[in-house]
Design a protein around this ligand. Sequence first.
Ligand SMILES: Cc1ncc(COP(=O)(O)O)c(C=O)c1O
Length: 392
Amino acid sequence: MRPALAQKLKPFGTTIFSEMTKLALEHQAINLAQGFPDFEGPREILEAAKRAMDAGENQYARSLGHPRLVAAIAEKYRAIYGLEFEPMSEVVVFCGATEGIASSLLGLLDPGDEAILFEPFYDSYPVCVALAGATARYCTLRFPDFRVKEEELAPLFNAKTRLLLLNTPHNPSGKVFTREELELIARLCREHDVLVVADEVYEHITFDGVRPIPIASLPGMRERTLTLSSTGKTFSLTGWKIGWGVGPKELVAAAQSAHQYVTFAVATPFQVAMAEAIGRFQKDFFAQLQREYAQRRDFLVGVLREAGFEVSVPKGAYFVLADFTRRFPRAKFGDDRAVAKRLVEKHGVAAIPPSVFFAKEPEEGRRLLRFAFCKRMETLERAAERLRKIGA
Ligand SMILES: Cc1ncc(COP(=O)(O)O)c(C=O)c1O
């Protein structure tokens, strides 16, 4: 019999998250591998969803998004970033940013097109480029500062380049792209008539006074950028899967062309609840979120250093990349996969081996591990007890 799996998905296998979570469960390890909070989002938002269900908001929503949610999203971009989007035609609600990435790339890319990706990348990017029949070109960002180098980025642009996929604040590095880097990317995209799909799901999780700059706010970029984001990270309700895209009508319509056949519409009561949350939880809530995550970041960074790791201190998102080679030399302990496995089995802490987030230069990830700090302090403290023993 012919193998069941389609050829186009063959290179990708199962996600590293499933693999590490399974291993963590087998060894009762503390799971700092998967990037979801082990605490609840605000109770008021849960109550709002229950009220929406009781009020009969239970049938298919409008495909582009519930009118209340698209209005709340448009208002948010106006108030926070000074970016105007017409709610009924320039906003689309997705089943999480994950569906947003898939529908946008399916709607914007044709076979033969090229897409520029930064590596390390969020793992769905190359898969969605492949599903769209296009080819990915990679610009490698390197530990510890993950700086964008013009001499490496510029040569990737050519007549086939259709879009560049940008993620800031960045998973897994915690990098927040600087204005200079965004201006460079914007200039190259304008010169080569290239679109940008900007994944900004961690827009409200930044540290040390760093503010992420939406690339859509740079001159000449609003008309060529589809900005994706999600409520999952901001409101610690990743299981609700409420995400969106905002951009010029043509780009939203292209993503919507795929979205209408992929999910058609997204869970109605959760959209209504999120419309309320976006309107209600603003400045003070974000400030509190940042303070709490900064505390967790500082704690985990300190512990990893005590354990003998070299750390790249994140400016955003909720991950830390750490070089383990001083404590676990490659020659003796092997690469990131081997050390991640050892950490689970011998030390009871699960992390992600990030070489899987590189396609062109996986060697860049083979000396690193990614730890998530979107966990209760109590979870981090339990992980710390175990990690400190490594350094002892
Ligand atoms: C960079 C990035 N984009 C998108 C997503 C997925 O977002 P959602 O949960 O809204 O689908 C994640 C989740 O980890 C992410 O890290």
